[in-house]
Design a protein around this ligand. Structure first.
Ligand code: ZN
Ligand code: ZN
Length: 299
């Protein structure tokens, strides 16, 4: 992975000004991912979502309104359905669900195998790994007029202490620590300087990430564990989605290089079983009901 210290200053500025914080404002709440996932296969009514998610009516209403104002979903005859931008979140949602560690199968791929999402380089088809990527050109600092991010509800703070992708994405500091780490900013002192974050807040986030075996501490540096490295494709998918769907046309997106083939990285979601590209049209629900359990409290 890219750990050139000469690069770290530029990279820190890049991540702070990148599309990632804007994406987190859209998706960085536990229920946003669950709602998107629930709507992936079909139009769903408010009542069905309420029953499937088991969250307070007012929380669901606020999340739906926010996702609608961000252009991810739209009202339909009998409820809500995903917009094109919402459908394009398939890589983010499926990688987040897979990372969260529940091996429950959500989809079956057209090849007949259980769908295990793998993000590959569209050019050489190698799986995307952190050590194979370098920042080619930072994106323009996005000048976005987004609705104010929602405050996290009291109910979300009091959820049982499961730790999945929703916890990473749902906490802006945690997500930024991960994003900086992938581009080589891994020292405590560098993280503290670049994030301008209170020392006790940074220390608590790092400790939690170590307890959850995302990071491991080695003196002043925090390295990614094997589990932590598996978050990298999710960060790539988030960046790609933000650049495609949140950036105003004409703004320069983030460009990353895929070192094994030398091309600018263009990620493609594939089936881990057969290696073929996977989109919603090639996936069938594998089970019964609305598949949202991975993002639910205590599941
Ligand atoms: Zn490649
Ligand atoms: Zn397949």
């Amino acid at each position: 992975m890219p750990t050139h210290s000469t690069q770290s200053l530029d990279v820190a500025a890049h991540v702070a000004a990148s599309i990632v914080p804007a994406v987190l404002d859209v998706l960085g709440q536990r229920w946003s991912l669950a709602i998107i996932q629930a709507l992936q296969q079909q139009e769903t009514s408010f009542g069905q979502l309420l029953a499937a998610l088991g969250i307070p009516r007012s929380t669901l209403a606020a999340r739906l309104k926010h996702l609608q104002s961000m252009g991810c979903l739209e009202p339909a005859a009998h409820g809500y359905r995903l917009s094109a931008a919402g459908h394009a979140l398939l890589p983010v949602v499926s990688l987040a669900q897979a990372w969260s560690g529940n091996n429950r199968v959500i989809y079956r791929h057209a090849c007949g195998r259980d769908f295990v999402p793998v993000l590959r380089c569209a050019h050489c088809l190698e799986p995307i790994r952190a050590r194979d990527i370098s920042l080619e050109a930072p994106g323009e600092p996005p000048d976005l007029k987004l609705p104010k991010p929602l405050r996290r509800s009291r109910a979300e703070f009091s959820l049982p202490a499961s730790f999945g992708a929703a916890e990473i994405l749902g906490d802006r500091w945690t997500a930024l620590i991960i994003a900086l780490g992938f581009f080589g900013v891994q020292r405590y002192s560098d993280l503290a300087r670049h994030l301008a974050i209170a020392p006790n807040i940074l220390a608590a986030r790092l400790q939690r990430l170590c307890e959850e075996q995302v990071l491991r501490r080695d003196g002043p540096r925090y390295h990614f564990s094997e589990r932590g490295l598996q978050l990298f494709p999710l960060i790539v998918a988030l960046t790609e989605w933000g650049d495609n769907w949140l950036r105003p046309p004409g703004q320069r997106p983030t460009r990353m290089a895929h070192l094994p083939c030398g091309h600018t990285l263009s990620p493609q979601l594939c089936c881990g079983g057969c290696g073929q590209p996977a989109g919603l049209e090639s996936l069938d629900p594998a089970g019964m009901g609305v598949p949202v359990a991975e993002f639910r409290a205590g599941s």
